[in-house]
Design a protein around this ligand. Structure first.
Ligand code: FEO
Length: 169
């Protein structure tokens, strides 16, 4: 059901989703160290979401009778100078993911693989939400500038984020 090109490209994205999880775990570590537990929580949920994205793709490749191959992960960035910098890096990371998902969709269309296109549609929609939620946080952080009370309020708000497992299809 998946040709070699698609298996290789999806394997590559599985790797990138695990790398994304790693990136967000490093961001969580920064916020834990900064005593911003709400932002740390938000990053931990993001970590879980990335693991779920990788898992969803992993299962798709296995269900198609193809082989998943994992490689070593690059080290994520561990150095940040402000919450705004972290969320800006998150947005730039998500834009990279969106471009990669769009490329995957292009390939699935070129290969006329309808099952892969339907499968990837979920990720196309998910990326719109991923970018929007980070964008909103960046807007709020820019609005408060260096106001400590504002930062604590955003931190409290992000503490309420919970992980929702991806619904089984
Ligand atoms: Fe798996 Fe944040 O994209």
């Amino acid at each position: 059901m998946l040709n070699e090109k698609l298996v290789a490209a999806i394997n590559d994205q599985i790797q990138f989703e695990y790398y994304s999880a790693f990136v967000y775990k490093a961001m969580q570590a920064y916020f834990e160290d900064e005593d911003l537990p709400g932002m740390a929580n938000w990053m931990n949920i993001q970590f879980q979401e990335e693991m779920a994205h990788a898992e969803k793709m992993f299962n798709f490749v296995c269900d198609a009778g193809a082989r998943v191959e994992l490689k070593a992960l690059d080290a994520p960035n561990n150095e940040y100078s402000s919450p705004l910098e972290v969320f800006e890096e998150s947005l730039s990371h998500e834009r990279q993911v969106t471009a990669r998902i769009n490329n995957l969709m292009d390939l699935a269309q070129q290969e006329k693989n309808h099952a892969a296109q339907i499968f990837l549609q979920w990720f196309v929609t998910e990326q719109v939400e991923e970018e929007a939620s980070v964008n909103l946080i960046i807007t709020k952080l820019k609005r408060i500038k260096d106001d400590g009370r504002g930062l604590m309020m955003i931190d409290q708000e992000l503490a309420s984020r919970t992980f929702t497992p991806i619904a089984a299809e």
